[in-house]
Ligand binder design. Structure first.
Ligand SMILES: Nc1ncnc2c1ncn2[C@@H]1O[C@H](COP(=O)(O)OP(=O)(O)OP(=O)(O)O)[C@@H](O)[C@H]1O
Length: 220
């Protein structure tokens, strides 16, 4: 489902060159739940952003669901990203001025859907994360765990095959973090392929497989 071949990422600034990813080869099968761990600065977010087509590699090949990514022009990859990938971030990234349900509908605005279809799909996604009773609330009226559940609903509303989560429990206490992992696990059991960056061994243990990075190199 996700294949990386000899992927390298170099960040260049005027004074320094950083090899953030060094010859990464990765094969994540359909239906796998994989975690990525490693010390701060080892390249975890860079790897997730490259898998998610948010950033282009300096070298190497990326294939998603058998489709080789040939170009990184936004016009070409935005539809692929929108259709195939759902993103969850540590700091939720909700829009404070929009209600919960309007936040969840956002990814669908880039597709040809009617307002009614958008509402139905968003309601379905919110039901899956147990937040049907908070649809009209605004983000500031929610707990951290509830915000992350809204972010998960937004990530799954377009029914993506792949979910990418960058430290989804990093801002939550362990009870709320557990709740989030339970939801991710049930999405995975229902077919989603998930790649999750985490600092938490207990969370990584709940996934099928661990990828460990050190200084941009895969060591496990
Ligand atoms: N836009 C950028 N420009 C220059 N260097 C960058 C950029 N983004 C990341 N880096 C560098 O690339 C390396 C990998 O960064 P990355 O954010 O992927 O690490 P990480 O493992 O996710 O770290 P953390 O656990 O602290 O979030 C770091 O040395 C970082 O300083």
């Amino acid at each position: 489902m996700i294949k990386l071949q000899n992927v390298e990422k170099i960040y260049r600034t005027s004074s320094i060159e950083t090899l953030a990813l060094n010859n990464i080869n990765l094969n994540v099968k359909k239906g796998e739940f994989v975690s990525i761990m490693g010390p701060s600065g080892c390249g975890k977010s860079t790897l997730l952003n490259i898998i998610g087509l948010l950033d282009a590699p300096s070298k190497g090949i990326i294939e998603l669901d058998g489709q080789k990514v040939e170009t990184y022009h936004d016009k070409a990859i935005a539809p692929l990203r929108n259709k195939m990938l759902g993103f969850i971030f540590q700091s939720f990234h909700l829009i404070n001025d929009l209600s919960v349900i309007d936040n969840v509908e956002i990814p669908l605005l880039y597709r040809s859907t009617t307002a009614r279809q958008r509402r139905e799909l968003a309601e379905e996604a919110l039901e899956k994360v147990g937040l049907s009773n908070r649809m009209k609330h605004f983000p500031k009226q929610l707990s951290g765990g509830q915000k992350q559940r809204v972010a998960i609903a937004r990530a799954i509303v377009g029914k993506p095959e792949i979910i990418l989560a960058d430290e989804p429990t990093g801002n939550l206490d362990s009870a709320m973090g557990n709740e989030i992992i339970n939801i991710l696990q049930s999405l995975n059991e229902n077919g989603a392929t998930i790649v999750m960056v985490t600092h938490d061994d207990a969370m990584a243990k709940r996934t099928h497989r661990l990828i460990r990075l050190f200084d941009g190199t895969q060591v496990l």
